[in-house]
Design a protein around this ligand. Structure first.
Ligand code: GTP
Ligand code: IMP
Ligand code: MG
Length: 334
């Protein structure tokens, strides 16, 4: 902080939602703003035995002081957004940029069949076809949708105003570096760039106004949908290791592999990451479950973290030790 961008370091689902929720509660930003593609993202957040699933709003919604913004580069599913605003009771602090693109039923239909569905394994949420129409300059924008009128704002201006007043701003990326349309495993990628630079462009924050880039890595790699995954293990092996995961948006089983240092190095380079958040340490080292202090972690877990820092040359500042927002070791203060 004051301005922090969070991004996914692998193929999405690294646990960004939980990290962002923690940062929102701990650092109390006045603004959390979502960049990234749109409702193809799905974050699961657990707090005080409650589970929240969020696809459109920023994951920072648990902090009642934080305004929840969606940047102009994000495509919006009006029904998903309005449902989340209602469900989380955040009507008076949710704002959508005038220029957000709108996903129509026709986009979802195209996304749910044929090559996009069968070969790429798209989420079927209409984001790719909507971005194609945006490139063709035929996509409808939020400013033309009556049901969004209450929520419209100039998001880049709101961010700039907050930064001028020295308030904290949390910029939330979605998906992961290797799903980027430019830098990922094309064609098995999403429909936008989702590295830190792309996320900043989505919300309208210039490169010189970013203080920290927190890259989120899971302690192993998962991927949902088609495309290469180095050292992929079988679903049976994933169950034995306790690495099996089910996708938040599609309910599909996520494919799994060991932590990939080469991929992680490239992700650090592409995102100019200044800090690493490492999630699911407890899944690889169950003896570390729910710990909040680095000194309490087991020796093998500490060794894993040291190896990551030695190889990637970036400090691991946040460590996830369980699904709850507070299952975390925060080394920024230790
Ligand atoms: P996308 O934006 O779709 O890429 O998602 P995401 O990065 O927010 O991750 P998602 O919520 O889809 O998946 C992460 C899962 O891991 C969720 O079910 C979280 O509750 C869970 N989780 C996050 N951090 C930890 C952790 O440190 N330990 C454990 N056990 N679970 C975690
Ligand atoms: P699309 O973004 O729905 O077009 O899907 C393209 C590819 O990106 C597919 O392999 C999806 O599974 C993957 N994908 C898109 N969004 C996410 C996400 O938030 N987490 C994980 N995978 C995603
Ligand atoms: Mg997800």
């Amino acid at each position: 902080m004051p301005s922090t961008v969070t991004v996914g370091g692998f193929y999405g689902d690294e646990g960004k939602g939980k990290i962002v929720s923690y940062l929102a509660m701990k650092d109390n930003p006045s603004i959390a703003v979502r960049g990234g593609v749109g409702p193809n993202a799905g974050h699961t957040i657990e707090h005080n035995n409650k589970k929240y699933k969020v696809r459109m709003l920023p994951s920072a919604f648990l902090n009642p002081n934080t305004r929840l913004l969606i940047g102009p580069g994000v495509v919006v599913s009006t029904d998903v957004l309005l449902k989340e605003i209602e469900e989380f009771g955040v009507k008076d602090r949710s704002f959508v940029d005038y220029q957000c693109g709108i996903i129509e039923e026709s986009h979802k239909k195209i996304d749910s069949e044929g090559r996009l569905k069968e070969s790429i394994g798209s989420t079927g949420t209409g984001t790719g076809p909507a971005n194609a129409d945006r490139a063709m300059r035929t996509l409808r924008l939020a400013k033309d949708v009556e049901s969004l009128a209450l929520y419209l704002d100039d998001i880049p201006n709101a961010i700039s105003f907050a930064l001028e007043r020295k308030e904290k701003v949390l910029v939330e990326g979605t998906q992961g570096t290797f799903l980027s349309l430019w830098h990922g495993t094309y064609p098995y990628v999403t429909s936008k760039d989702v590295t830190a630079s792309g996320i900043c462009a989505d919300v309208g924050i210039g490169p010189k106004n970013v203080d920290d880039v927190v890259i989120v890595f899971k302690s192993f790699v998962t991927r949902v949908g088609g495309g290469p995954l180095k050292n992929e293990i079988s679903p049976e092996q994933a169950i034995i290791k306790g690495w099996q995961e089910i996708g938040t948006v599609t309910g599909r089983q996520r494919r799994a592999a060991d932590f990939d240092f080469d991929l992680a190095k490239r992700a650090i380079m592409l995102n100019s990451a200044t800090q690493i958040a490492l999630t699911k340490l407890d899944v690889v080292f169950p003896e570390c479950a729910h710990m909040q202090s680095f000194s309490d972690l087991s020796s093998p877990a500490k060794y894993f973290i040291k190896t990551i820092e030695d190889q990637l040359k970036v400090p691991v500042t946040l460590i996830g030790t369980g699904p709850d927002v507070n299952d975390i070791v925060d080394r920024r203060e230790q």
